[in-house]
Design a protein around this ligand. Structure first.
Ligand code: TYM
Length: 403
């Protein structure tokens, strides 16, 4: 078993920080310590040499999320690049659990990055919509979860994925056949005790939750998609996601060789933080923590002005004297994700940190940047029709997916 010290939920609650697919929190208002997380989960830090290799292999400058360390950890990403260099392709796998009407900016991070990887490496992509997961965890009806999955699919398609290389599926519609056979193969390898150790299930959790992890595991195996990868059982899989999803794939990687498959590789991001600060991730279930891709310009402005935690000082005099604490400042963090111009970001950091720029000015620039992204996303989403959703979700071969 790969390193996994989080042996049960009670133990986790006593820990300084809890990061799993359902909870991201730090005790007493502290910040998530990503180094500790790498150590605890047993993944590797994404270092500059890997980023340089991506640039060399794709002939493109690395995505801003790579340059700025947003994607900071990985498992076997080097092996994916090794085999790509030898001429072997791979496929991408990511997903979304449709728990809300629309995505928030944090959800965009893995999808925007996945689009970049798809374009740069010219490889196929499968996107899983775990409507069953959210039905079970969020107590939504089956029908409501399915409706949200289709709504979320529109947001995902609006990120610009290439339909000739992308298959989107909902679990309620797709699970069966070879996919289900792989689920059973995985399930037989994971004891209940092991599942409790990885996911922290308790006696009060219903058995639907306990039986879910194989469903998120098996898109990592090409044979789950016979209409895409028939005869290509050794194709490697790369999963871009935030690090909260790591437990699912620790389990998957543990089981894979035992049932004759490659372990999936992962490339993992830190969290786009909540408006209130870096103690948690932006959370769709806490509306004032999040900026949604459907928010109006006014909502974005109001949320940032009211809620975005500032590292600025209490008075202008003190601010001019001491400057802002950039370590805790949310507007600076957000600009680090979404302001593409490195020189401008550096300038703002320097001026704000030295107290020459005020919080209000930094927030104003952030409002412009985010409004622009959200408005562009809304236009792209408005152009996504039901027919397009059906086309992305059609069970079909993708004849030119590697070209
Ligand atoms: P979900 O819907 O919670 O999240 C979708 C994707 O967004 C990432 N994410 C974030 N990234 C950065 N900052 C944040 N604040 C933030 N919040 C969420 C998640 O890590 C995820 O990549 N069970 C999954 C759905 C799923 C999946 C997958 C995800 C199924 N198969 C394979 C990744 C890879 C879920 O509920 O994700």
């Amino acid at each position: 078993m790969e390193k996994n010290k989080d042996d049960c939920s009670n133990k986790e609650q006593e820990e300084e920080q809890v990061v799993n697919p359902w909870v991201v929190s730090v005790k007493d208002g502290g910040k998530i310590d990503y180094d500790k997380l790498i150590d605890k989960f047993g993944c590797q830090r994404l270092d500059q040499s890997l980023i340089d290799r991506v640039e060399r292999l794709t002939g493109r400058s690395p995505h801003v999320f790579l340059r700025r360390g947003v994607f900071f950890a990985h498992r076997d990403f080097g092996e994916i690049l090794d085999s790509y260099e030898r001429g072997d392709k791979f496929y991408l796998y990511t997903g979304r659990g449709p728990s809300s009407e629309s995505l928030h900016l944090g959800h965009l991070i893995p999808f925007l990055f996945t689009k970049y990887l798809q374009d740069a490496f010219k490889v196929p992509l499968v996107i899983q919509l775990t409507d069953d997961e959210k039905c079970m965890w969020k107590n939504l009806s089956v029908e409501e979860s399915q409706r949200l999955a289709r709504e979320n699919a529109k947001d995902i398609i609006a990120c610009g994925f290439d339909i000739s290389r992308t298959f989107i599926f909902s679990d309620f519609d797709y699970v069966g056949g070879d996919f289900y056979k792989n689920m059973v193969r995985v399930a037989k390898c994971v004891t209940y005790n092991k599942a409790v150790g990885i996911f922290g299930f308790t006696g009060e959790d219903h058995i639907g939750k306990v039986s879910f992890p194989p469903i998120q595991a098996v898109p990592s195996f090409p044979s789950s998609f016979p209409h895409l990868f028939s005869g290509n059982d050794r194709l490697r899989c790369l999963i871009p996601c935030a690090i909260d999803q790591d437990p699912y794939f620790r389990m998957t990687r543990d089981v894979a060789p035992r049932i004759g498959y490659h372990k999936p590789a992962l490339i993992e991001s830190s969290f786009f933080p909540a408006l209130q600060g870096e103690t948690g991730k932006m959370n769709a279930s806490v509306p004032c923590s999040a900026i949604y891709v459907t928010d109006s310009a006014k909502q974005i402005k109001d949320k940032i002005n009211r809620y975005a935690f500032s590292g600025g000082q209490d008075s202008i005099e003190l601010h001019r004297k001491h400057g802002a604490n950039l370590e805790v400042d949310i507007p600076i963090k957000y600009l680090g994700f979404f302001l593409e111009d490195d020189a401008e970001l550096e300038h703002i950091r320097k001026e704000y940190g030295a107290g020459r720029m005020l919080t209000g000015e930094v927030k104003k620039r952030l409002i412009e940047v985010l409004t622009d992204i959200v408005e562009r996303h809304k236009r792209a989403r408005a152009a996504v029709t039901d027919e397009m959703v059906d086309a992305f979700m059609a069970v079909r071969p993708l004849p030119n997916m590697f070209s």
